[in-house]
Design a protein around this ligand. Structure first.
Ligand code: PGA
Length: 263
């Protein structure tokens, strides 16, 4: 839509690496040192979402750089008997700025539901963290032509009770589950179609102005080869990158792909 195109330049472009369960602390240190110089002149926001045990060193290693650090999950309670969980306060005190919430791997393997995603999102926002809220359809849902229903439901439930003011700190990541880690990227047109639909859902919930300002990332086998085409789309404001974020040159190439072409 014309309005989405006009407002694209006003939205923050965000490239975030989702390291998943990869890199020990010493490996993380090496990778961050490799990434730092390669993204130093980025003209977008650069985030690395690392395993919990790497957060402390990632924050130290990225101090005074343009790289922000994110976690990959958080619990909704402030503290208590939740063995194995990490609270928003713990992340905040370390200096974490972003947190991925509702990743499809958590929904698929760890019983995450839209209800728990919503609780985590609310808790993250209350603590001053910026949630990257992941939504996306399964392959058979796409094949049954219910992608929009699935996405609309996730957006409504995951953002339930999130205030218009809080939306300034929310990032949405559209990650079709069939494209994650499979090498099957959504085409740029498919990515744009759903990201545009997400913006329309946000418009229904929060109005035009807020909808136009929210960063919507695409994720799912984004790499150094296909990033430019995806990122050029009107409603694709960045990427959440798994596999390719573990290779410094590939991650940096994706960051570079956000730069406007030089003529
Ligand atoms: P992928 O993962 O880039 O390896 O497909 C994306 C993600 O899960 O965030």
């Amino acid at each position: 839509m014309l309005l989405d195109a006009l407002t694209k330049g006003m939205r923050k472009t965000i490239i975030a690496g989702n390291w998943k369960m990869n890199k020990t602390p010493s490996e993380a240190t090496s990778l961050i040192e490799e990434i730092k110089p390669l993204v130093a002149d980025a003209n977008c926001e650069v985030i690395i979402c690392v395993p919990y045990v790497d957060l402390g060193i990632a924050i130290e290693a990225t101090r005074d750089t343009n790289i922000k650090v994110g976690a990959q999950n958080c619990h909704w309670a402030e503290s208590g008997a939740f063995t194995g969980e990490i609270s928003t306060g713990m992340l905040k005190e370390l200096g974490v700025e972003y947190v991925v919430i509702g990743h499809s791997e958590r929904r698929q393997y760890f019983g995450e539901t839209d209800e728990t995603v919503n609780k985590r999102v609310k808790a993250a926002l209350a603590a001053g963290l910026k949630p990257i809220v992941c939504v996306g359809e399964l392959l058979w849902e796409r094949e049954c032509n219910i992608t929009n229903e699935v996405i609309a439901r996730q957006i409504k439930l995951d953002l339930w009770d999130v205030t218009p003011e809080e939306m300034a700190n929310v990032v949405i990541a559209y990650e079709p589950v069939w494209a994650i880690g499979t090498g099957k990227t959504a085409t740029a047109e498919q990515a744009e179609e759903v990201c545009e639909f997400i913006r329309a859902c946000l418009k229904g919930l929060y109005g035009l102005e807020i909808a136009a300002s929210v960063t919507i990332q695409y994720g799912g086998s984004m790499n150094d080869k296909n990033a430019a085409e995806l990122l050029a789309k009107t409603n694709v404001d960045g990427g959440l990158i798994g596999g390719a974020s573990l290779v410094a040159e590939k991650f940096a190439a994706i960051v570079d792909a956000t730069k406007p072409a030089e003529y």
